[in-house]
Ligand binder design. Structure first.
Ligand code: CP
Length: 318
């Protein structure tokens, strides 16, 4: 049986990552973009445990594992596992740790990844825990911002939509604390950025402005426009969801006054917050953003297993 790692290399939150560490992981992602197929994880097994639905996160982690030579086990529906018979998360994690070298886990409970990382003898990668954090999404978001803007420093970043339940925006704002951003939070009152994250901004001297209007004038100064879906699955009152779900819809007409360097990001899936005519705009970047997820997640899988950037650079085998 494996023993608990003294050096816990799990990725639970981006909040612990220094600027140097973030830039290091982005460098590693760049190496994987140049050459995605390698054998760095040959003979490793990656488990993907998805207690909530996913398309991009699961498939890009599994693609990353496959492209690195690992094998993949896991589930996409907890109903077909023994958790439906009452097995606890602790027992599930301990069991899967017997089989796999890394566990990538998405769970509906906030803090589930933290808990798993404290008991597991193998690294845990948080693939989203409730409305809390989505750190691997943040790494691909940062990589996308860096690629499109040429820098992470001093950017105007507009976060639009469900800022209450959207875990991707929570992680992104924490990671950006190193890069002197100005955030604009555009949300209906019911879905505004939670106080704890505004407090985090104040504690880390992150500038932010709150808006409820979403017009072409509001977004004219944006470098990054980060649209989000209203997270139906987190609402206890579906009437409230119906009331707010279509508050903000981006269409191509709204892009007319925007900066040439503007790029539109969205963690996806989209429902109807971006109309399909926007897809034709060179400023639409959400599909490339999802593709960047492969490279960012190859870097994460290597990093949690202790494979260094130098080792990635030195690897010449396909
Ligand atoms: N961005 C994201 O988390 O997408 P999925 O829910 O499809 O994994």
């Amino acid at each position: 049986m494996k023993t608990v790692n003294m050096e816990n290399r799990s990725l639970v939150t981006i909040a612990n990552h220094s600027k140097e560490r973030i830039l290091y992981l982005l460098e590693m992602a760049k190496e994987f973009e140049k050459k995605p197929n390698r054998r760095l994880l040959a003979e490793k097994v990656v488990a993907t445990l998805f207690f909530e639905p996913s398309t991009r996160t699961r498939l890009s982690f599994e693609t990353a594992a496959n492209r690195l030579g690992a094998r993949v086990i896991g589930f996409t529906d907890p109903k077909v596992t023994s958790s439906s018979k009452g097995e606890t998360l602790k027992d599930t994690i301990m069991m899967v740790s017997n089989y796999a070298d890394i566990i990538v886990m998405r769970h509906y409970l906030e803090g589930a990844a933290r808990y798993a990382s404290e008991i597991a003898p193998v690294p845990i990668v948080n693939a989203g825990d409730g409305a809390n954090q989505h750190p691997s999404q943040t790494m691909l978001d940062l990589y996308s911002i860096y690629k499109t803007q040429g820098t992470l420093e001093n950017l105007n970043i507009y976060l639009v939509g469900d800022l209450k339940y959207g875990r991707t925006v929570h992680s992104l704002l924490m990671a950006m604390r190193h890069f002197n951003p100005t955030f604009h939070f555009i949300a209906p009152t019911e879905l505004k950025m939670p106080e704890e994250y505004k407090l985090y901004c104040k504690e880390h001297s992150i500038k932010y402005i709150e808006h409820t209007d979403f017009t072409e004038d509001t977004i004219a100064d944006a470098d990054i426009l980060y649209m989000t879906r209203v997270q139906r699955e987190r609402f206890t009152d579906l009437m409230e969801y119906e009331r707010v779900k279509d508050t903000y819809i981006l269409n191509s007409r709204m892009l007319e006054k925007t900066r040439p360097n503007l790029r539109i990001l969205h963690p996806l899936p989209r429902v109807n917050e971006i109309t399909y005519d926007v897809d034709e705009s060179p400023k639409a970047y959400y599909f490339q953003q999802a593709q960047n997820g492969l490279y960012a997640r190859e870097a994460i899988l290597c990093d949690v297993l202790g494979i260094t950037l130098d080792e990635v650079r030195a690897d010449t085998n396909r």
